[in-house]
Design a protein around this ligand. Structure first.
Ligand SMILES: C[S@@+](CC[C@H](N)C(=O)[O-])C[C@H]1O[C@@H](n2cnc3c(N)ncnc32)[C@H](O)[C@@H]1O
Length: 206
């Protein structure tokens, strides 16, 4: 039986036909397949509404920024922003990361961001979490030799679990960081509102 890869909502609000059409046109014109490892590439997995992706595109004008997430409202939000502001360095992949990995195995990234992935706090739901050993090994495979992966969460159990798995993987160094690596995304704000502590780390090839 095929393993289910996505447990979230694909759409939260109605999207107008014109926005849908603009989005489709955007995807058609910005082919990820045209990128290659020689470019400076940044990947964000699970962009939500896309706040961090847009922030990264402004901060890294010489890089190509790819956002991966099946959540349609976020994707359309970002494509609207790019069209209205003539942003040229953002690319979108509106499906799960697992599919992206199979399709674009040859790309190598300078930076990879995974911010506030769904925590699935109930024990019986924890196998739905996107980050497990297999996921981390895939991430490391597509990370450039001098690349870095950034991860933040306000779920302490998830944070500790990710740390434990990374420590098991050889030739990978891990560093806890105090500074949160993003601007205030929707889930950053939710964590703040709940008074939750946000934990962040970075890992890279040793
Ligand atoms: C809790 S939200 C966090 C969004 C954003 N990073 C933020 O900080 O506001 C988690 C996001 O991960 C996305 N997601 C879940 N599973 C995914 C997968 N397998 N591949 C890519 N994105 C995924 C969800 O659609 C959702 O947008």
């Amino acid at each position: 039986m095929k393993k289910k890869l996505y447990f979230g909502r694909l759409k939260s609000r109605q999207i107008s036909l014109i926005r849908e059409l603009n989005f489709k046109k955007f995807i058609k014109n910005k082919k990820i397949g045209n990128l290659n490892h020689k470019k400076k590439l940044i990947l964000e997995i699970g962009i939500g509404m896309g706040e961090n992706l847009i922030y990264l595109s402004k901060k890294n004008t010489q890089s190509k920024i790819i956002g991966v997430d099946p959540f349609k409202n976020g994707m359309v939000n970002v494509s609207d922003y790019c069209i209205n502001n003539k942003v040229k360095n953002i690319y979108l992949y509106p499906y799960v990361f697992q599919k992206f990995f199979v399709k674009f195995k040859n790309l190598r990234f300078n930076k990879i961001y995974i911010l506030f992935p769904d925590p699935w706090p109930k024990k019986r739901h924890q196998k739905r979490r996107i980050i497990d050993e297999d996921f981390l090994r895939k991430i490391i495979k597509i990370l450039k030799k001098n690349g870095k992966v950034f991860f933040s969460t306000d779920n302490i159990g998830y944070f500790e679990n990710v740390k434990t798995i990374i420590k098991k993987i050889s030739k990978i160094k891990i560093k806890r960081i105090r500074r949160v690596v993003t601007i205030k995304t929707k889930y950053y704000c939710k964590a703040e509102k709940k008074g939750n502590r946000i934990n962040s780390l970075v890992f890279f090839h040793s």
